[in-house]
Design a protein around this ligand. Structure first.
Ligand code: PEP
Ligand code: MG
Length: 568
């Protein structure tokens, strides 16, 4: 049995699909027969094209035209004589292997495009790099995994899954996944929860321990993976799977019920989403609103930035489907583990502490304004609230709000109708902001505490690094005290506070958060019904009376013991 971190609940039993990028190395040597090399190149190009056409078709069917566009861009490159002829010429004139001619020629184009002062051309550089890898793999005879083409039930085994890999997974056939790296709050784990597939992350060794087509059991409840299980183990886990399904049926009985504590205090249970498609699961799981719409996914898995109209359609569709329920949309939070290859931003030593989120948006105002315009135009279709991610200073908030109000005026001047009741808030993810929440509370309409980042910054423990995942301690008194500061500050100014980090759906944290006075809990849709069941059995007054006690404790362990004892 391989132990990892339980990232998404449920049990899955299926064959393994290794999603590992192959080594693309070759020996540089001169060749005798340039015609033979050219033929090898032609063959690799044809195979790559066939494969890309299939992926494009599949993506178009599963995810729509927009997501398929990137593959059209890749196909265009393979059909471009200005790209392909120089590769062939190089084979003939320099007597080099097709691999070397391909790499050297495409590298030249990549460098040229990267250095152009034109975002469109810079985006093309990333496409060329991607396509080159695919053709090179075919020349070397190694298999490139194509997760979009999976057509039987599998469990994905990978070192890590980037959010865009996760977005491409076929929901119908991917039963679960296990990775070597990552923690409970890495974005692949978060997406697994919204796709409702079991996942175990941070196993350190899964890719080395599982072969393609091995039978695998993923236990996303305990965080275990079993490779090539015995018949007895398969029966045992099928039983566990059935128990989990029965438990889900119990929870489902509270779908349309309000979230009221034993002493009749109401809180709001909202959901976190990544795409408009996720709304369906929010509604079937009884979500009372959307506490976090991570808009980054609109920007990912594409070859260029989404247009204002594309974004408008997505926001409008979410607002309409949610009717008048609150929808908190977070502006672009790119960076950290969420990359946009087409922006071609330089690699950073500490991406989670780097040029990301609001920092990026304030420096790339055109990108920011496009998103704000789309949001403002969509505001008349529902109950929209906008929040900015990773705010570290009041100046950042003021500047971002200034841009938003400026676009609002521009749109009105252009004759658009915009809602006049859009609340503007911030994520509290950076300790500096939590510490001076009193000052922020005078200017924002609401806070949403992003504990995934707040914990990593407070504990100085990278959320992607499984070696320090023991420091992801939501119940640590330092974290609880920061949360308390934020809630008190907001309530002092009659503002509301939500939490959209994973901690909001954590059954040990919930009683403590209720005691601290949190107003809105936003979580993966599948956590809503278990959370509602739990909250209906708790007394807010009783939990508040323990507040001073757990805030003054020394360790997370003491807090856990205490909460468990008081809620038994
Ligand atoms: C957070 O940091 O808690 C959060 C909700 O944002 P994300 O997980 O997208 O960084
Ligand atoms: Mg965050």
């Amino acid at each position: 049995m391989i132990q990892g971190i339980a990232a998404s609940h449920g049990i899955a039993i299926a064959k393994a699909y290794q999603l590992v990028t192959p080594e693309l190395t070759y020996e540089k040597k001169s060749i005798d027969d340039p015609n033979k090399e050219t033929e090898r190149l032609e063959k690799a190009l044809a195979t790559a094209k066939g494969e890309l056409e299939k992926i494009r078709e599949h993506t178009r069917k599963e995810m729509g035209d927009e997501h398929a566009e990137i593959f059209s861009a890749h196909l265009l490159i393979l059909d471009d004589p200005e790209m392909i002829n120089p590769i062939k010429d190089k084979i003939k004139s320099e007597n080099v292997l097709a691999e070397a001619a391909l790499e050297e020629t495409t590298n030249m184009f990549v460098d040229m495009f990267k250095n152009m002062d034109n975002a469109y051309m810079q985006e093309r550089a990333a496409d060329i790099q991607d396509v080159t890898k695919r053709v090179l793999a075919h020349l070397l005879g190694v298999t490139v995994p194509n997760p979009a083409l999976i057509d039987e039930e599998v469990i994905i085994i990978a070192n890590d899954l980037t959010p865009s890999d996760t977005a491409q997974l076929n929901r119908e056939f991917v039963r679960g996944f296990a990775t070597d790296i990552g923690g409970r709050t890495s974005h692949s784990a978060i997406m697994a929860r919204s796709l409702e597939i079991p996942a175990v992350v941070g196993t350190k060794e899964i890719t080395g321990s599982v072969k393609q087509d091995d039978m695998v059991i993923i236990d996303g409840i305990e965080g275990n993976v079993i490779v090539n299980p015995t018949d007895g183990q398969i029966d045992e886990y099928k039983e566990k799977q059935a128990t989990f399904e029965r438990q889900k049926e119990e929870w489902a009985k509270l779908k349309g019920e309000p979230t009221i504590t034993e002493d009749k205090e109401q809180v709001e249970l909202a959901a976190n989403i990544g795409t408009p498609d996720d709304v369906e699961s929010v509604l079937t799981n009884g979500g009372e609103g959307i506490g976090l719409y991570r808009t980054e996914f609109l920007y990912m898995g594409k070859s260029q930035l989404p247009t204002e109209d594309e974004q408008f359609d997505a926001y409008k569709s979410v607002l309409e489907k949610m009717e008048d329920k609150p929808v908190v949309v977070r502006t672009l939070d790119i960076g950290g583990d969420k990359e946009l290859s087409y922006l071609d931003l330089p690699d950073e030593l500490n991406p989670f502490l780097g040029f990301r989120a609001i920092r990026f948006c304030l420096e790339n105002e055109d990108v920011f304004r496009t998103q704000l315009r789309a949001l403002l135009r969509a505001s008349v279709y529902g109950n929209l609230k906008i929040m900015f991610p990773m705010v570290a200073t009041l100046e950042e908030f003021r500047q971002a709000k200034g841009v938003l109000l400026d676009e609002k005026e521009n749109l009105k001047d252009e004759g658009n109708s915009i809602s006049d009741n859009i609340e503007i808030g911030i994520m509290v993810e950076i300790p500096s902001t939590a510490v001076i929440a009193r000052q922020f509370a005078k200017e924002v309409d609401f806070f949403s505490i992003g504990t995934n980042d707040l914990i990593q910054y407070t504990m100085a423990a990278d959320r992607m690094n499984e070696r320090v995942s023991y420091l992801y301690q939501p119940y640590h008194p330092a974290i609880l005290n920061l949360i308390n500061t934020v809630i008190e500050a907001a309530h002092h100014e009659d503002k509301w506070v939500g939490m959209c980090g994973e901690m909001a759906g954590d059954s040990i944290a919930i009683p403590a958060l209720l005691g601290l006075g949190l107003d809105e809990f936003s979580m993966s849709a599948t956590s809503i019904l278990p959370a509602r069941t739990q909250i209906r059995g708790l007394s807010k007054e009783k939990m508040s009376s323990y507040k001073d006690k757990f805030l003054s404790m020394g360790t997370a362990e003491e807090v856990v013991e205490f909460v468990k004892e008081k809620t038994e």
